[in-house]
Design a protein around this ligand. Structure first.
Ligand code: F0G
Length: 463
């Protein structure tokens, strides 16, 4: 970061708007009827019935003029598309990984990785679970083990790197099952389920040494790498003079394999990849990708999509871009917190997370307070958010018991380059209005519970 950038306080956007998408404005009655039809699950709302859509930052960002131009440069050859080569060169240049296998999105990469690396009875430690990641580990016969620091499970703790690994937990796992039963350690940058919280460079370096000692590779879930790199630049000693691009490259260099949901950081509407440095592993991944995704030079992606992705990667690590992106999230978080609404602290990189347990203390976790809160915010304001609590956590694969995670959260997730500061003000007002009348919100019970990843399609009714 240059001296000039450091002096500048504003997070204003480094772009202007060329085209707009018109939105439907709805009434409270419209929204009450819509949420009832959706079974109190914001995933089942029609997007048309939503005013400000903060369900997710996945595939919802605005592409730049350059990315849209890239679509016209699509080389839709079945094999060896020009855009594939552009993509793999870009991945190596910005992320360091030598071999890249495109996939249709992040879980496509997780599926292939889990199938080629996990044996039945293995354990996979990670800095908190992610829904699809853990499911693919379990489908391959593995068991996920949470090794994130305890502070990550406490919404009020202001640790600057809540994504850090607790080495005592890793040591205990090796002690219990042996290093041979651990095919890899999975590390997410800017841990989604912890509230968009970063891992520090020091912790990652220590993990590199630990993994070298135990001969265990590191898999990097790099879905939100740029945001993590920005927090390191802002918070960690010794990194303030480095650019986000340099820090991002260094993070990747400390890991062996990566899964990417390109729908986040690199701002494309669809896409992902599995990347690595080991040639043998690459060959095995190529064998799998032809079964489940497509030829190894397109995976699940069209040529044009690979081109937009290659361009998006270069834009995603610009200091000005990421400062504005995280700055907007912090702006929303500050507005909400100033009104006394309980949120996860520090504010994360991609979203503001409301602490539903303290927001709705009258609703027991068995009645899914975060799910109920998400529905109430929609009815109040037309803002769509997402439950990240007991519904998302699902059931233990062996006992069938509901997981009851400490974090019972509602996520207000900001798409990149999509909404304005006034939209953030409307969102904050809506949340605060629900907070002032929190006693009116009622708990929920299932009327339909899908077997896997239940949060996507479950239906509820008020208790
Ligand atoms: N890893 C992380 C950390 C994610 O946040 C996601 C997706 C994935 C993997 C899977 O990628 O959706 O492309 O298959 N997260 C989205 C979200 C769905 O809303 O947080 P995918």
């Amino acid at each position: 970061m240059t001296e000039k950038q450091k002096r500048r306080k504003s997070w204003a956007e480094p772009y202007k708007i060329k085209m707009v998408e018109l939105l439907k404005m709805t009434s409270r009655e419209d929204r009450l009827s819509a949420i009832g039809q959706a079974g109190y699950n914001t995933f089942l709302l029609r997007s048309e019935d939503v005013y400000i859509d903060l369900l997710t930052d996945s595939g919802t960002s605005a592409m730049s003029d350059r990315q849209w131009s890239g679509l016209m440069m699509g080389d839709e050859a079945y094999a060896g598309s020009r855009n594939f080569y552009h993509l793999i060169e870009t991945v190596e240049k910005y992320y360091s990984y030598k071999y890249t296998v495109p996939t249709h999105q992040g879980r496509g990469a997780e599926h292939i990785l889990s199938q080629i690396m996990i044996n039945r009875g293995d354990y996979i430690p990670g800095n908190m679970y992610f829904t699809t990641t853990r499911l693919h580990q379990e489908l391959a016969g593995g068991t996920f083990v949470d090794v994130i620091i305890d502070q990550a499970h406490d919404p009020a703790d202001t640790h600057p790197f809540k994504g850090n690994v607790d080495f005592a937990k890793l040591d205990a796992l090796v002690e219990k099952v042996g290093a041979k039963k651990i095919p890899y350690v999975c590390i997410a940058t800017c841990v989604n389920m912890a509230g968009g919280q970063p891992i520090s460079m020091a912790n990652l370096r220590q993990l590199r040494r630990w993994c070298d000692e135990h001969k265990i590779p590191i898999v990097h879930d790099m879905t939100r790498l740029a945001e993590n790199a920005f927090f390191i630049q802002q918070r960690e000693d010794g990194w303030s003079e480095k650019s986000v691009a340099e820090i991002a490259f260094e993070i990747c260099s400390l890991t062996d394999i990566a899964t990417m949901s390109a729908k986040k950081d690199p701002m494309v509407n669809i896409g992902g990849f599995l990347a690595m440095n080991d040639r043998n592993l690459y060959e095995r991944a190529c064998n799998m990708v032809v079964v489940y995704e497509g030829l190894h030079t397109y995976g699940g992606m069209a040529g044009r999509d690979m081109e937009a992705l290659a361009i998006g990667i270069t834009e995603s690590v610009h200091d000005d871009h990421i400062r504005a992106r995280v700055g907007q999230v912090e702006y929303l978080g500050r507005k909400i917190a100033e009104a006394g609404v309980p949120i996860v602290k520090p504010v994360g990189g991609h979203a503001v997370f409301l602490n539903a347990r303290s927001f709705l203390p009258h609703i027991p976790q068995e009645q899914f307070p975060a799910q109920a809160l998400s529905a109430a915010i929609y009815v109040q304001s037309g803002v769509r958010s997402m439950e990240r609590g007991a519904v998302s956590a699902g059931r233990n694969k062996d006992t069938g018991e509901n997981y009851m995670p400490k974090l019972e959260l509602v996520r207000l997730t900001l798409p990149r380059r999509v909404y304005t500061q006034a939209h953030m003000d409307v969102t904050a007002e809506g949340v605060i209005e629900v907070f002032e009348n929190a006693g009116e919100v009622r708990g929920l019970r299932f009327t339909y519970e899908p077997e896997v990843l239940r949060f996507f399609q479950a239906r509820f009714e008020p208790v």
